[in-house]
Design a protein around this ligand. Structure first.
Ligand SMILES: [Mg+2]
Length: 467
């Protein structure tokens, strides 16, 4: 076990100590005289110490060196888990964590209204996540041809290095948009998996919770292509109010390519909804990027003065932060929201520093998943910006959003939730248990992982493509 005899090792180490000590002690006195007088005394003492108990002296010295090496290895990040644990007293390591677990499979399930991602580990456990689904074929390909190879064989507890590798090794294919969207599905699934392995809800791994529930606002797309009439929009808003929502959002979906439309639909729709719901709920208006700064200020003032609208989302293009900045500066009575098209910490930093929106609204299934959203939240906090999570998907995305929203101090007053009775009715049927929505609030799931249960059999039956 020992590389050299205890006796010899002890003598060698004490000899070195003695050689150095007199040198240091003598620095302030006449060198030669001092060394002459101290050296014999030191040699005598060390000899005696080793003869008396060579084994104990050696082990003591050896243990000290081992401790220093372990601490250095931890500090350098080399074998951090093992070295770190060696420093802890036995009682502190009460819950052993199996860190040798490996991810062995990634599957995607493309359904009509969602793309689910399943991550499987070699212990048989699985985690579920969700990708943004603007282009299902692209997401499916991106996950399997771009990201899968960085994840298979890796430890699910390595969410930070895994995120970095998925992002930086595919940087040429991003960095925002599809790359961040695809990473999100895998990242959320891995968080679900590792929390399930520990038998804990995800928020516990995120540092705990600031809240048990978040007020939800009912969100629906009016669509300036006239898919919904003002009367239908009013009926939809009334339906949300009947279901207990106290805030509803009209997504005008004007877009840049219909910039500053004439006639302008916004006031027409808001007037119809306002008449229908009266004081039963607050109205929140999303322009979806369709105004120049001048038009946004003009319409914003009317919305505030005529209907008391306070929340005004993406009035201008996400491609032009100067325009948004102008609106923020001129509409002091309104809260301008932006950030659903920024997908990374760097894009959000650009948005905040250039456009200075009052509230940011990144989406967890677009902005790189839970791992990236925590970083975005920290940046937002440094700029004193609340986060109102963008969330248009009612199952896994909502659950992941709730765990994230519960774990940050700068969560805004509410979180987005879509209409589920028509558009998402089929998707809800693939869930054995889903998030709880009651009296307008979404409740933080308390079960292991994301805390909701997917029925894989039904997901398979509902899928157009499985890989
Ligand atoms: Mg929006």
């Amino acid at each position: 076990m020992y590389e050299e005899s205890p006796q010899r090792s002890c003598e060698n180490s004490l000899q070195r100590l003695c050689e150095n000590s007199p040198q240091r002690l003598c620095e302030k006195s006449p060198q030669r005289l001092c060394q002459k007088s101290l050296q014999p005394s030191c040699e005598k003492n060390s000899q005696r110490s080793c003869e008396k108990n060579p084994q104990r002296s050696y082990e003591k010295n050896h243990q000290r060196r081992r401790f220093i090496k372990s601490a250095m290895a931890t500090a350098l990040g080399a074998g951090a888990a093992g070295a770190g644990m060696a420093l802890l007293p036995r009682a502190a390591a009460a819950v052993p964590v199996e860190t040798s677990t490996k991810i062995t499979g990634i599957n995607t399930f493309v359904m009509r209204r969602a793309i689910f991602v399943k991550v499987t580990a070699d212990n048989g456990m699985v985690g579920w996540g969700e990708c943004a689904q603007n282009n299902k074929a692209l997401m499916e390909t991106f996950v399997h041809n771009g990201l899968k190879q960085q994840v298979i064989g890796r430890d699910p507890f390595d969410t930070e290095p895994l995120w970095d590798q998925m992002f930086y090794l595919n940087h040429d294919l991003g960095p925002g948009g599809a790359l961040a969207n695809a990473i999100a599905g895998i990242d959320i699934a891995i968080w679900d998996l590792k929390a399930r392995m520990l038998g804990l809800p995800v928020y516990k791994l995120l540092g705990g919770k600031y809240r048990d529930r978040v007020l939800a606002y009912g969100s629906f797309a009016v669509d300036a292509g006239n898919k919904m009439t003002p009367k239908q929009a009013a009926a939809q808003a009334v339906d949300f109010v009947r279901d207990g929502f106290t805030v509803v959002k009209l997504r005008m979906q004007i877009r840049e390519y219909r910039l500053n439309p004439e006639p302008d639909p916004t006031l027409v729709y808001v007037r119809a909804v306002d008449r229908a719901i009266g004081n039963d709920a607050e109205i929140f208006v999303d322009i979806n990027n369709g105004y120049s700064a001048g038009r946004a200020v003009q319409v914003g003032r009317q919305l505030f003065e005529e209907f008391g609208i306070r929340y005004y989302e993406e009035p201008c293009s996400d491609q032009n932060h100067r325009e948004t900045r102008q609106v923020v500066d001129e509409l002091q009575d309104m809260l301008v929201i932006a950030g659903e098209k920024e997908y990374t910490r760097w894009q959000l930093t650009e948005l905040i520093t250039r456009a200075n929106p009052d509230i940011i609204n990144p989406d967890i299934v677009k902005a790189g998943g839970i791992t990236e959203m925590k970083k975005i939240a920290a940046i937002a906090q440094a700029f004193t910006k609340p986060i109102v999570c963008h969330n248009t998907r009612p199952t896994l995305a909502t659950a992941a959003t709730l765990h994230f929203a519960a774990s940050i101090s700068n969560c805004g007053p509410f979180v987005e939730f879509p209409e589920t009775k028509k558009k998402f009715a089929a998707l809800l049927r693939v869930m054995d248990t889903n998030v709880r929505l009651e009296d307008g609030f979404l409740y933080l799931p308390e079960g292991p992982g994301l805390g909701i249960e997917v029925n894989e059999q039904r997901v398979r039956a509902a899928s157009q493509s499985i890989k």
